[in-house]
Design a protein around this ligand. Structure first.
Ligand code: SF4
Length: 276
């Protein structure tokens, strides 16, 4: 059965060849761990924050220890000595941001009695007009249930670029899966930007046509995957593709655009090359 998450669908829609390298051939590519360290560490911290009810404990006193432990978990596969300065900077950033983010969560009532973290949204959907089902996979960062009819889903983002890797369709797919699983329409969706505590949230809402449109789009992508349509789509994203060293169309694109392969630094942005 075909399995689909938002990120796998989004990757296929960006470049089918990249999708094939990653999900079909399962080839390893170089991915700089610095790209995700801050986001993963904050995700780990706030997962504990809710799971262990830290907001009712003295979270400030234990903050440094908790951040160190979260960093330790997220740097297990990193040669720490090579990245020491970056890890230390990430630690300082976490210690600076978390108190501001907690104040925001409190001020906006995002400390509801029932908050579920990493909420599993896996669901098998059998489309009445299609000959195959899709096993959807997804984990929502936070699901808040103020009451059974007031459910909200939030996703945390930790890039220093506010809208990097932010796709409204991701949260709308989570809302769709929540609806399919529980027959409850999510009342609010939001992206929380941990690095922007002064302007930390964008809200969005589901509209009537969103669910059928999303399902159609997912099944269209699934049909192409089943047809083994993995044609390369060279564009600006080739500069951050972990497989660009072995992909001929990607190499040709980069050669033609007369840009040498940049060293991937932490502040490297896909948008720089898309001209967005
Ligand atoms: S280098 Fe470009 S064209 Fe090749 S797989 Fe990666 S993103 Fe696709």
């Amino acid at each position: 059965m075909i399995r689909m998450s938002f990120s796998s669908k989004n990757l296929y829609d960006t470049c089918p060849a990249w999708f094939e390298y990653k999900y079909i051939k399962k080839e390893l590519g170089f991915e700089d761990p610095r790209h995700t360290l801050l986001g993963n560490t904050l995700d780990t911290y706030f997962d504990w924050f809710y799971k262990f009810n830290l907001h009712s404990a003295n979270w400030k006193d234990r903050l440094e220890d908790d951040v160190d432990y979260a960093l330790e978990m997220n740097t297990e596969k990193i040669p720490k000595e090579d990245y020491r300065e970056f890890i230390d900077n990430t630690r300082n950033k976490c210690l600076e941001l978390i108190p501001l983010d907690v104040a925001f969560l409190k001020a906006n009532g995002i400390l509801a009695p029932r908050v579920y973290t990493q909420y599993d949204l896996e669901y098998v959907y059998d489309h009445p007009k299609k000959s195959f089902p899709i096993r959807f996979l997804g984990r929502a960062d936070f699901v808040l249930m103020h009451n059974p009819d007031d459910v909200r889903i939030y996703d945390g983002k930790a890039s220093k670029y506010r809208h990097r890797n932010v796709h409204p369709e991701q949260l709308k797919l989570y809302a769709l899966l929540f609806y399919l699983k529980h027959h409850v329409v999510v009342s609010q969706l939001g992206f929380i930007y941990w690095s922007f505590p002064q302007r930390p949230i964008d809200y969005l809402y589901v509209e009537g046509e969103d669910f059928p449109r999303l399902l159609d789009s997912c099944f269209q992508t699934a049909e192409k995957i089943l047809d083994k349509d993995f044609k390369a789509n060279p564009a600006g994203h080739c500069y951050i593709c972990p497989y660009n060293g072995r992909c001929k169309p990607g190499q040709e694109f980069r050669h033609k655009s007369k840009k040498s392969l940049p060293v991937i630094e932490n502040d490297f942005m896909l948008e720089d090359f898309n001209g967005n």
